[in-house]
Design a protein around this ligand. Structure first.
Ligand code: FAD
Length: 469
């Protein structure tokens, strides 16, 4: 403890106001705790300020621009489009991001969560010091939830700065790049690449693995990659980025592929090679909290760390770095603090989405996990070319794939590629979590014409009684 400092006593302290922290704080307050949330930057964390939301805004602008500039098969003739990029950025920042972050701030206040601005550093297992511009405040807590999120990983030989940017920089470009180079073809790299490709940039993705969009199988990614390449995108796989040099107007990346050193020049270079947990600098060495070799905080299925009254959630614990995972874990931690005996992470399916040109979504088991785990499963796939709504939208690309247990017919996994995959996947997660069978799904009336009918059709296929295929 800081000598001479008087600690203020708080029941529950939440560190970080991203989708993990703010949700945990509101839930803990509603469960009767006096809660303080500490945030060193903007309320809303990565997701609302510099992640999910602003990126989805730019992806949307990309779709609209492409629609306005491409030929349609249904005779809509437009004379091209011009984009006021400054207005796009203003809209994204002032309307989209600001609306949501100020909304979260309002919600925190409405639920009686006190916001303390500053950088939290643990002094010991009971106190946290909040460093502020003009001093510091010491808080003594009964419970704490750590939700400090993650930050982009920097390649030591390719430091961020100037024309070499991380995802935050790529979302804030003051102009649309003409030639954008991206190191890393994961979800973030591919989503940003797809958005700028739709806005007219020539995009090259340099990926270390032998495939991009890791986490989604090649049957799923094919339509996305075909489309990306058809629109001038280039993907170099099994390539290792070595170094980069830049001038005032361009940046050159040297990489190794096919055993040869090669180089590429563009006007911007985005490095999107993963994110590191924000657990350093938190003063964890002053506590008994244990971290693993990757710096992730070790916790149990109630989100409790090795210090029983301190919990950890979101990007700083194991599992995919996803906003909805962080929020889900936040609700578990809050319930555990409120001594709810049911507070346990018992999820079977964790949906994951890529907002590429054709959306990719997966939940529960996949054809690969079925093989690896030797599950006795049945796979049924219904293509959107057999779906009236998709055809009438001129978006009959992709499919719904269901994976069900062979003996019980219970749904254990599902994937969707195509229009509104990000929305359709929720019905499938709901079915999995509730043990529904393919028969339950096929006997559920789905309105016509909807994209959701493809789910019913895939279930009928699994039941051996397909109508539309
Ligand atoms: C470009 C991009 C796009 C993404 N798109 C999606 C998507 O579409 N869907 C999805 O599910 N996920 C997406 N993600 C991932 C998602 O943003 C994260 O998984 C999510 O934000 C993690 O939430 P969190 O609460 O763990 O932490 P964060 O959102 O990272 O919030 C942590 C907060 O803690 C604060 N903090 C850190 N240390 C301290 C400290 N010592 N004291 C006080 N405050 C501190 C930080 O300032 C930050 O505000 C995206 C990420 C990026 C970068």
């Amino acid at each position: 403890m800081v000598v001479g400092a008087q600690a203020r006593e708080i029941d529950t302290v939440v560190i970080g106001s991203g989708p993990g922290g703010y949700v945990a704080a509101i839930r803990a307050a509603d469960l009767g705790k006096k809660v303080v949330i500490i945030e060193r930057d903007n309320i809303g964390g990565v997701c609302l300020n510099i992640g999910c939301i602003p990126l989805k805004a730019l992806i949307n602008v990309g779709h609209r621009y492409r629609e306005a500039t491409e030929e349609t098969p249904f005779g809509l003739i437009t004379s091209g489009a011009t984009l006021d990029w400054q207005q796009t950025q203003n809209w994204k920042q002032n309307k989209v991001v600001h609306t949501l972050t100020s909304g979260v701030e309002m919600l925190l206040k409405k639920h009686h969560v006190e916001i303390v601005k500053g950088e939290a550093v643990f002094n010991d297992n009971e106190t946290v010091n909040v460093l502020q511009e003009d001093g510091h405040e010491l808080l003594q807590f009964n419970n704490a939830i750590i939700a400090t999120g993650s930050r982009p990983i920097e390649i030591p030989t390719i430091p961020f700065g100037g024309r070499i940017v991380d995802s935050t920089g790529a979302l804030a470009f003051t102009e649309i790049p003409k030639k954008l180079i991206i190191i890393g073809g994961g979800v973030i790299g591919s989503e940003i690449g797809g958005a700028y490709a739709n806005l007219g940039a020539q995009v090259t993705i340099i990926e270390g693995l032998d495939h991009t969009l890791n986490g989604f199988d090649s049957e799923m990614t094919k339509p996305v990659l075909d489309d990306f390449k058809a629109h001038g995108g280039v993907i170099v796989t099994s390539a290792i980025a070595k170094k980069a040099t830049q001038t005032d107007t361009e940046v050159t990346l040297v990489y190794e592929a096919d055993g040869k050193e090669q180089s590429i020049t563009g006007d911007y270079l985005l490095v999107a090679v993963g994110r590191r947990a924000n657990t350093d600098g938190l003063g964890l060495n002053n506590t008994d909290i244990k971290v693993d070799s990757k710096g992730l905080i070790i916790k149990d299925d109630t989100m409790r760390t090795s210090v029983p009254h301190i919990y950890a959630i979101g990007d700083i614990v194991a599992g995919p770095q996803l906003a909805h995972k962080a929020s889900f874990e936040g609700k578990i931690a809050a319930a555990a603090i409120a001594e709810d005996a049911q507070a346990r992470d018992l999820h079977y399916s964790l949906p994951s989405v890529a907002y590429t040109q054709y959306e990719l979504a997966t939940t529960g088991e996949t054809p690969d996990s079925v093989k690896v785990n030797h599950l006795d499963a049945k796979i049924s796939k219904f293509p959107f070319v057999g779906n009236g709504r998709a055809i009438s939208m001129d978006q009959a690309v992709g499919f719904v794939r269901l994976i069900s247990d062979k003996s019980s017919n219970a749904l254990i996994g599902a994937q969707v590629v195509g229009p509104a995959a990000s929305d359709l996947i929720s019905e499938l997660s709901l079915a999995i979590e509730n043990g529904l069978t393919t028969k339950d799904i096929s006997l559920t009336i789905h309105p016509h014409p909807t994209l959701g009918e493809a789910i019913m059709d895939a279930a009928e296929l699994a039941d051996g009684l397909p109508i539309h295929i």
